[in-house]
Design a protein around this ligand. Structure first.
Ligand code: NI
Length: 138
């Protein structure tokens, strides 16, 4: 960890109270830790906007039905095998599947693949979690 710097911020009392209550519920022990995480989130978001190398996970849920959607999704992942690092498939009950696909590459590429996976017909729900390799992040 680098040098620590203290700084003062003036904010409305009700905003601080609501923030403190929120971070306490989430398990933060100190306001500094929560602010640090918010700053890192901001920097990660900025890396995504700047089309840097990023890491993302796409979680999708789809029906294990007569249409072979698993093959369609697998085909898509094979097409982008330079970016798709790995996939975990979970059989959720008798009729549903969940997949977590880990992607690494330029943010525009990762986002594009994620959108194609999520928008594939038959996918019930999907979400991209955008993070970073950590490169360039303090
Ligand atoms: Ni399955």
């Amino acid at each position: 960890m680098g040098e620590l710097i203290r700084f003062g911020v003036s904010l409305p009392a009700h905003l601080i109270e609501a923030f403190d209550e929120s971070i306490r519920r989430r398990g933060y022990r100190a306001r500094s830790e929560a602010v640090r995480d918010l700053m890192r989130k901001h920097l990660v978001d900025e890396q995504w906007e700047g089309d840097c190398e990023v890491i993302g996970t796409v979680t999708i849920v789809y029906s294990h039905g007569p249409r072979d959607l698993a093959s369609v999704l697998s085909e898509l992942q094979h097409r982008f095998c330079d970016t798709v690092i790995c996939t975990t498939h979970v059989h959720v009950g008798e009729h549903n599947c969940l997949e977590v696909i880990v992607l690494r590459g330029r943010s525009s590429t990762v986002r594009g693949i994620a959108e194609r996976l999520i928008s594939t017909k038959g996918v019930k729900h999907g979400r991209l979690v955008a993070t970073t390799t950590g490169a360039g992040l303090p």
